[in-house]
Every structure is written in C-alpha cells, then in structure tokens.
Design a protein around this ligand. Structure first.
Ligand code: DWN
Ligand code: ZN
Length: 410
C-alpha cells in the first residue's frame, strides 16, 4: 500500500490509523442465512489499519453491535472439547490465584454458554456472566451460571456494583477484541473492580496473526487485534497496568493479559519478554503490515487456485466447520458453492442454512459413504482436536486442505 493510504482516527487514543489491508465487502460473519432469503443482507467494508501512535490494529468500519450479538447468536464455546478443557483449567487458575478474599466475586464479560463460569459456580463462588447473546445464555443458565443478558458497559457495571458489590476478578475471553467502545467498557470496569482486583482477558494475538498469516482472525466481530504492546499502552489510559501476560495455545494463538490498577502489583518478567518479542517481530514498524498484506493476497490466490485445480480434477471438496472466521476467507476469495459445494458443522442453529455472503449450504456431517475426498479445514484453530477426531477419515484416504500458515494439501 502506498504512503498515501487512507487514514482514520484511532478508537483507543485518537491517533492516526493507517489502513494496510482491504479484505473487501463482507457480510455479518455469524448470520447464517435462510435459503429462501435472497435479499443479500447487510454488508460492510472489512478494511484494517494500525494506529501510528498507540500501535493498536483495528477495523476502519464498525458494525453496530446489536446486529452481531443477537438473541439467536449461533456460537457456543462448548462446540470444542479442547476449549471446554481450556476454560475448566482457566477457572481453576482464577480460583487459585485471584479469588483469595473472604467472599470473592467474579464477573465474566461475554460469558457465552457459561463454559468457564460453570466451574466457578460449581465451587459456590459468587459470580455473574454478562452477555447479550440469547441462545448461548440459555445454556449458561442451565449450567447453573447466574447471567445478566446485556452488554457490559458503564451503565450495567454500576447496576452490578449496586446489586453485588465490587469484583475481585473481571474476566473476558474472546470478547474485549469484539468491542470498539472499550473506553466505556473500561469506565465500567473502573466502577466495579475492587482496589486489588484484576482484569484478565484472552484474545487472538497479533504476533500469531503475523507469524501465521491468519488473516481470517479479522472479521466484523474481531474489531481489534491486540498485542501486549498496544494493550500496555491502552491500559495506562484506563488507569490500569499490564502486570502479566501469557501465551495460550488456543484459537490459533492467543495472549492472556492481566491488568491491575496502576501501582498495586509488580509486573512479572513475562511482560518485558513478550514486549521484546513483539518489537523483534516489528509490531512498531508499518512495513511489517504491508508485508503481511502481501502475504494475505498471495495466500488467497493460492487457495482459490488449489480449489479450482481440485474441481477440475473432479475431486470432491467440502468445508470443515462453518466458523465465523471462514466468512473472511470465503468472501475475500470469492469462494462460493461452485468451488465449495457444502460446509459441514456440528451446530444445529447453522445447519440447513447458508454461510453468509458465500451462500454455501451448511449441513450436518455426512456418513462415511457421502464423505468428500478433501476437507477444507475452516476451523484450523482446532486442528489438533479435529485431526484426532477424524483419524478414520484420513485412514480411508481422505485429505485436508489447509491455508494457515500456508496453503497445503495434507
Ligand atoms: O471470537 C469468537 C470465537 C471464539 O468463536 C467469536 N467471534 C465467534 C467464534 O468464532 P468461530 O466461529 O470462528 O469459532 P471456532 O471455535 O473456530 O469455530 C466454531 C465452529 O466450528 C462451530 O460452528 C462449531 C464448528 N466445529 C465443528 O463443526 N466441529 C468445531 C469443532 C471443534 C468441530 O470439531
Ligand atoms: Zn491509537
């Protein structure tokens, strides 16, 4: 992209965001379409930029939150057994490390189906899950989790403080990067966090997105791609400090950040180590992002080329998992039912509907007789779990087409 690239104001610091990647016109990634509906639906421009002042990577166009996190939001954390294990361990860690007061209180922002809080609830610890999404919230209630069906912001934080008091832990996984208006969220956190409390959150890490060229981590719901560098700077503006950071081997590479009120805790050595690692990777250098954008365009072309070759050779290909992130790959690549006739997925709310934008039918997983020759692994972030589960498919000669970190048929 040239030096005259478009700029817009940073949602974190007001600085200048320089656009480095245009992923084209995109639909709502989690709105699976009724086959009868030919209206085309809502579209927006998925353009990505980086703030020259605070380094935060962010979308240029914001999709209204009410359009994304609806009553029938179809993503359930428990759809991955590895993620259930991860959040059971996370809950245990929060209980051991951060719930040491006499009567601890834990808030989870974006509690989804209550997978994490179920362990906290099971220990009889006071907690509250906050999430506007209806269907996953029903599962959370069934798991014994106390829920507030709303967005977390200053308004709701003040209500929570009045009703429950101050929180020892405010946790969020795969949620804060979804919220453009973080200033309001952190004003709410300031209102309800105990003086010695912690804010712990997990989100896809910019380093891993750059290293793996995993551009499908970017879609309407993922407004920000956080790094320790950008989070440390943003935290200062919210009266907080980054006191710990840990790499997590989930969802294609995430970081878990721990923030505390400024001056209340000493930062662990991991903070300086991750900041150094990010500096070495070039998160402060605009050229890093232009090179990333070049790789993204190459990967898209290679993927479309491979799918085209497979079709010409008469190979039957289907998508594995109708992920939200696959909307980016499919629509950016112009991949429709001619190249990918179906996507198989375990979520009943997505089945027998069409993938957004691409209008590829989403179906339950087929019997052995109807299996494709090749699965395009759209849930590459769960590859270990899926490859282990589908060993029999590979044993029968089935192959996987992957596109992260490179386009490869395996
Ligand atoms: O941040 C977000 C992440 C955590 O979850 C949200 N914005 C939305 C969602 O993103 P996603 O849909 O890209 O998430 P996953 O976990 O990569 O994919 C979930 C989908 O994959 C579900 O539709 C279920 C499906 N799936 C499957 O069919 N078989 C998943 C697994 C593990 C499987 O074995
Ligand atoms: Zn900024």
């Amino acid at each position: 992209m040239s030096a005259a690239a478009a700029t817009s104001p940073c949602r974190i610091c007001g600085g200048s965001v320089r656009e480095f990647l245009d992923l084209g016109r995109q639909p709502l990634s989690d709105t699976f379409v009724d086959p009868e509906d030919t209206s085309g639906g809502f579209v927006y421009e998925l353009r990505v930029g980086r703030c020259g002042d605070c380094t935060m990577v962010q979308l240029v166009e914001e999709v209204p939150r009410e359009m994304m996190f609806t009553a029938d939001y179809p993503f359930f954390t428990a759809s991955s057994t590895r993620m259930v294990e991860h959040f059971t361990r996370t809950a245990q860690w929060l209980l051991d490390e951060h719930c040491c007061s006499e009567d601890p209180f834990v808030i989870e922002i974006g509690a989804n189906d209550g997978t994490m809080l179920a362990t906290i609830a099971g220990r009889g610890v006071r907690h509250l899950g906050v999430d506007p999404a209806g269907l996953p919230g029903e599962d959370a209630t069934e798991r014994g989790v106390v829920m507030l069906h709303d967005f977390f912001e200053t308004r709701t934080a003040e209500l929570i403080r009045t009703e429950h008091g101050l929180a020892d832990v405010i946790f969020a996984a795969n949620t804060l990067c979804h919220i453009p208006a973080l200033d309001d969220v952190f004003a709410g956190i300031d209102a309800v966090l105990a003086p010695h409390g912690v804010v712990v959150f997990e989100d896809p890490s910019l380093s891993d997105v750059l290293r793996l060229t995993s551009f499908d981590q970017i879609y309407d719901e993922h407004f920000y791609v956080f790094s320790a560098t950008s989070v440390a700077r943003a935290a200062r503006g919210w009266g907080l400090e980054l006191v710990d950071v840990a790499a997590l081997p989930v969802h294609g590479g995430e970081l878990r950040y721990t923030l505390a009120r400024s001056g209340t805790r000493e930062a662990t050595p991991a903070v300086a180590a991750v900041l150094e690692d990010e500096a070495a990777l070039g998160v402060d250098d605009p050229a890093t992002f232009d090179l990333f954008a070049e790789r993204v365009r190459r990967h898209r072309d290679e993927l479309v080329g491979e799918l085209t070759r497979l079709r010409e050779d008469g190979v039957r290909v289907a998508g594995y998992a109708a992920t939200a992130k696959s909307a980016t790959v499919l629509n950016y690549g112009g991949i429709g039912p001619e190249l990918l006739p179906a996507i198989h997925d375990t979520t009943p709310q997505k089945q027998h509907r069409l993938a957004p934008g691409s209008r590829i039918p989403v179906l339950p997983f087929p019997d052995e007789a109807d299996e494709p020759d090749v699965y395009l692994l759209l849930a590459w972030n769960h590859s270990e779990e899926i490859m282990a589960k589908e060993r029999a498919f590979a044993d029968r000669g089935g192959r996987w087409l992957v596109y992260v970190p490179e386009v490869r048929l395996i």
